[in-house]
Design a protein around this ligand. Structure first.
Ligand code: SF4
Ligand code: SF4
Length: 134
C-alpha cells in the first residue's frame, strides 16, 4: 500500500464524483448520453454497484507539488476519503463499467440493454392485448 506522500498524481483530488440512480429507462440512458457528451465527464459503475458521474477537474486547492493547501480545514468529504480503498490501494479495478463517450454508451446499449427493453415493451403490449380494446 502506498501513502499519500508517495502518490504519483493525487488522483483523488482531481475529480468530482456524484452518485446517480442506476439507469433503467430510455430517459435515463439518454441522460447518460448527454452527460458524457461533455468534455471531461464520464459515467461509471463501481465495484459496489453504485453508478457515478465523474467530472475530471483538479481541485483549486491542490498545489503544484500535489499537496493540499487547506489541509487543516479541508471539507469532510476529503477527510472521509479512505486511503485503503483509493484508486491506488483498493482491491482490483474500481470501475466495472465505464463510459467516456456517447459511442461507449450506445455500444453498451446495443449489446446489453436493447434486448431487455424490447422484452419489457413486448410484455406491456401483451398485457394490453388482454384488455380486448377492440
Ligand atoms: S488517497 Fe490514494 S489517490 Fe489519494 S492522494 Fe492518497 S494515495 Fe493518492
Ligand atoms: S480540499 Fe485538499 S484534500 Fe480536498 S480535494 Fe482539494 S486538495 Fe484534495
Amino acid at each position: 500500500m502506498i501513502d499519500c506522500e508517495q502518490c504519483p498524481d493525487s488522483s483523488c483530488c482531481k475529480d468530482v464524483t456524484v452518485e446517480i440512480d442506476e439507469p433503467d429507462t430510455v430517459e435515463d440512458w439518454d441522460e447518460i448520453r448527454w452527460m458524457v457528451s461533455h468534455k471531461n465527464v464520464s459515467v461509471y459503475k463501481d465495484n459496489e454497484d453504485d453508478w457515478v458521474v465523474e467530472f475530471k477537474t483538479p481541485c483549486a486547492k491542490l498545489d503544484d507539488t500535489g499537496k493540499c493547501t487547506v489541509y487543516d480545514k479541508r471539507p469532510d468529504i476529503c477527510r472521509g476519503h479512505a486511503l485503503d480503498t483509493c484508486v491506488y490501494n483498493g482491491e482490483g479495478d474500481t470501475h466495472v463499467l465505464r463510459f467516456e463517450t456517447v459511442e461507449d454508451v450506445e455500444k453498451y446499449i446495443k449489446e446489453n440493454v436493447l434486448e431487455d427493453m424490447r422484452k419489457e415493451a413486448q410484455k406491456d403490449l401483451d398485457e394490453i392485448e388482454k384488455w380486448n380494446l377492440g
